[in-house]
Design a protein around this ligand. Structure first.
Ligand code: ADP
Length: 428
């Protein structure tokens, strides 16, 4: 203990002074004590002054040095300063990391003070809300927001739910924004781009509506015939047979639709299938036989150029996708037309081609053909047993094989569906 050691020092000085007093007389003892105490006082004053001077600019690098007790005091100050410096550096780097993380967030974050003035905001919030990080600092957020619904939300001060904003500038997007109070007076204004999510929800809604619509017609037909049969049980055998045949056709249509829906859902679930060596020329022969069965002699089915490379892929999926293209070619080609299949190497790719001399497709429809339930001519598709899901299934399967489909067509003359597989899937 520092004070105890100081006390011992003074007791020791007093004892020596008493000893000198006893040997050489009282005056000498007192003189000795006075000199020692004066030197000690001077020493303390000098060090006190140095401490006072250092406290004006307390830096770890210029803590003064001294002797004895004062050296210990200065050492302790030095240690404390070093600890503080280290913890400050640690805090600063943690703060830096948090700031960088907040800056990199894809969601917008704005920190507001108790008067709703902007204290800090990240780049995403500037993009979402049109803020300027330099000019808008310290400005009340209500003066800067352009979206009426967001201004209304802030005015109402009910922050229990987010508000949805639709913007057109700088880009068309849908945002979800929510105020989160924290720290008793401050608030966080969070914004998130939900354009993609909303798009998915719309696609999902449209899909359910389409499926319901597709099922409604055959169900109404079947229901109507059953009702007629209940109301008129005595109808003649021929009428009954016609009704039963029509009902059967409609149930077949529903079955095809459900099968296609199940195939799509299986493909969308992303379950990986076994990949193997597929002999495409052999598959082409199989497709030709099937096409002949479908055409019933009304079309000429040819195999054009036939290179020999094999492909790495899933046989059943490729059979289903390429078979779909061939069946479309037959269904959309009037009797007497020709369907030509080909399998050839083109530059860095291998290409399956299915060319027909059918009704062709107008250019404006081509980009939308692989959308689910998109048909150019609804009536023709239905009459030939189409579900409107064929090309959507083809697109999924080709995507799983990193293949690209290229459609070229001329109205009234015919179409070509070319599927390019990457070179990496090819085996000579
Ligand atoms: P669908 O079951 O109606 O045939 P698809 O998804 O297979 O559905 O095809 C979508 C639409 O693309 C068809 O309705 C048809 O209008 C058009 N289409 C597809 N293949 C051809 C083709 N070879 N010739 C002309 N039109 C075609």
């Amino acid at each position: 203990m520092l004070w105890l050691r100081s006390l011992i020092y003074y007791i020791f000085t007093a004892l020596i002074a008493m000893f000198i007093g006893a040997i050489a007389g009282k005056e000498w003892g007192l003189t000795f004590a006075l000199v020692v105490i004066s030197v000690a006082c001077l020493f303390h004053l000098v060090n006190l002054n140095r401490l006072h001077y250092w406290l004006k600019h307390p830096q770890v690098d210029n803590v003064p040095g001294s002797l004895m007790l004062w050296q210990e005091v200065f050492d302790q100050i030095y240690d404390e300063m070093r600890k503080q410096k280290k913890s400050k550096e640690r805090l600063a780097s943690t703060l830096d990391r948090f700031l960088s993380a907040a800056e990199a967030l894809p969601d917008g974050v704005v920190i507001l003070d108790d008067y709703d003035r902007i204290e800090w905001c990240n780049p995403a919030s500037c993009e979402h809300l049109g803020l300027n990080r330099k000019l808008d600092m310290g400005q009340p957020i209500t003066h800067l927001l352009r979206h009426p619904s967001l201004r209304e939300y802030l005015k109402q001060q009910d922050y229990s739910h987010p508000v949805i904003i639709r913007t057109t500038r700088p880009a068309e997007q849908t945002l979800s924004a929510q105020m989160v109070p924290f720290d008793s007076t401050r608030k966080l204004l969070l914004s998130r781009d939900i354009t993609q999510l909303e798009r998915v929800q719309t696609v999902h809604r449209d899909f359910v509506a389409n499926v319901s619509h597709e099922l409604r017609t055959p169900l109404t037909v079947v229901g109507g015939f059953i009702e007629t049969m209940i109301d008129m049980p005595t109808s003649d055998a021929k009428t009954r047979e016609t009704h039963l045949q029509l009902m059967y056709d409609q149930t077949q249509r529903m079955q095809r639709l459900v099968e296609d829906l199940l195939t799509l859902s299986k493909l969308e679930s992303g379950v990986q299938v076994r990949e193997e060596e597929v002999d495409i020329p052999q598959l082409l022969q199989l497709l030709r036989t099937e096409a002949n069965g479908l055409s019933q002699g009304r079309h000429t089915i040819e195999i054009g150029r036939l290179d020999r490379p094999r492909l790495i892929g899933n046989h059943d999926e490729l059979h289903s996708a390429l078979g779909n293209l061939v069946s479309n070619a037959i269904r959309y080609t009037p009797p007497g037309g020709t369907v030509t299949l080909g399998w050839e190497k083109r530059d860095d790719t291998v290409c399956f081609t299915c060319r027909d001399t059918g009704i062709g497709i107008a250019p404006e429809h081509i980009p939308r053909l692989t959308e689910r339930f998109y048909r150019v001519d609804r009536g023709r598709s239905r009459n030939t047993g189409g579900t409107g899901l064929g090309l959507a299934i083809v697109k999924h399967i080709l995507h799983r094989h990193q293949a690209q489909m290229c459609i070229t067509s001329e109205l009234g003359k015919g179409s070509e569906f070319a599927v390019k597989f990457p070179n990496a899937r090819m085996i000579e």
